[in-house]
Ligand binder design. Structure first.
Ligand code: MG
Length: 389
């Protein structure tokens, strides 16, 4: 069923530590299973997507977001002849490196780490699966295949790419230096991520009351489907039917985006005819929206940025989240014994090294990045006596 340009698990570039094949599963199915069973994956349940975990039980978390990305990605992969298992593995792992408190947490940690090499969540997702998970007797991390790791490292600064390429020559960071593309499966996960969050942030935004169906009339991509739905089901005009109208409009919007990607990408693939996954990596990005959908998706993104992510109420909680992360960072750096044992041991191991302070800061960043919203709030209260979140 796989197209010539799909990643074939039998042709994988393999794992950092070679392992015998599994009897009943392909290499990418095995990656997916390792991800689902790891600790960082379970923590995604309690990590903020946009709304903090305690603000409501029905908002998306990083976990439900990742499941939605996997669903959309697999559905598109099936139509295009791409490898569904690889798409699923990348989608489920793509946010493993996210800090507590969403982007506010990540920005704050990045500021704290400025003089120590910074903090990037995509790079952190790779650190989680390569180093931080401790489940196997023989190696750190999950020892995933090259193709899954390639997809997880979605972005990376040039400085970090050079650093990574030194420790793994010609490895997953190479493409940022060569300016080539990742596999089509990895490209697909990026688009599925965008489709998923645009749609679920409308839903969560309306649920929170911070945006309304009236505000959404500014957004053509959504409003076309809202009007289409109302024309077919006039009873949804009633106020009590607002949620059904919202869900039906979102459903139509999602389908339209999925079909648009399949169609536009299908044209690209026909025009370029990549004969292998590697040939596709050397071409410009082939996974895409059509031009009109690209513009509409951009418009929706700007709307969400201005109306939701920068809403004063959202900014107020994110301000507190930043303070929690900054206070935790300072506290652990000054008193590493306050961290869990494994992290303290890693700090002790670096004593006397010439990059001691930056290594210690990295240990603290790893510790904080792994925290759930709830645990970070509790630790903050324990260490500072202040209850912020
Ligand atoms: Mg995501």
């Amino acid at each position: 069923m796989l197209a010539a340009f799909a990643c074939d698990p039998a042709q994988s570039r393999g794992r950092l530590y070679p392992q015998a094949p599994a009897p009943t599963r392909t290499e990418y199915q095995r990656d997916r299973d390792r991800i689902v069973h790891c600790t960082a994956f379970r923590r995604l349940v309690y990590k903020t997507q946009v709304f903090l975990n305690h603000e409501g039980d029905l908002f998306r978390t990083r976990l439900t977001h990742s499941l939605e990305v996997a669903q959309l990605g697999r559905s598109i992969a099936r139509s295009l002849g791409l490898n569904e298992d690889l798409v699923e593995a990348i989608a489920l792992a793509h946010d493993l490196g996210h800090t507590p408190f969403g982007h506010a947490g990540q920005d704050a940690l990045n500021e704290c780490m400025r003089q120590f090499g910074g903090f990037e969540h995509n790079l952190q997702s790779l650190r989680v699966v390569d180093q931080l998970e401790q489940r196997y007797p023989q190696f750190d991390g999950l020892n995933l295949t090259f193709e899954t790791r390639e997809g997880i490292l979605k972005h990376c600064s040039n400085a970090h790419a050079q650093e990574l390429d030194q420790s793994e020559p010609g490895g997953v960071a190479r493409r940022f230096l060569d300016r080539s593309q990742p596999s089509l499966e990895a490209q697909l996960c990026n688009l599925a991520d965008e489709i998923a969050y645009n749609a679920h942030d409308i839903d969560d935004g309306v649920r929170s009351g911070l945006i309304t169906l009236e505000h959404l009339q500014e957004v053509a991509l959504f409003d076309d489907f809202r009007r289409q739905t109302l024309a077919e089901y006039p009873h949804l005009h009633e106020k009590t039917q607002g949620r059904r109208l919202l869900y039906e409009s979102i459903r139509r919007m999602l389908s339209a985006q999925v079909y648009d990607v399949i169609k536009a990408t299908g044209h690209e693939l026909e025009a370029t005819l990549p004969r292998s996954a590697d040939e596709a990596r050397q071409m410009p990005a082939l996974l895409r929206f059509g031009d009109e959908m690209r513009n509409k998706s951009q418009e929706l993104k700007s709307f969400l940025l201005n109306r939701l992510y920068r809403h004063p109420q959202v900014l107020q909680t994110t301000g507190q989240a930043r303070q929690v992360v900054r206070d935790l960072f300072d506290a652990y750096l000054a008193q590493p014994q306050e961290m869990a044992d494994g992290f303290l041991a890693r700090t002790d191991a670096t004593r006397g090294a010439n990059d001691e302070s930056s290594t210690a800061a990295r240990v603290v960043a790893d510790y904080i990045a792994g925290m759930t919203d709830r645990f970070a709030g509790r630790e903050h209260e324990r260490l500072t006596g202040l209850k912020l979140l």
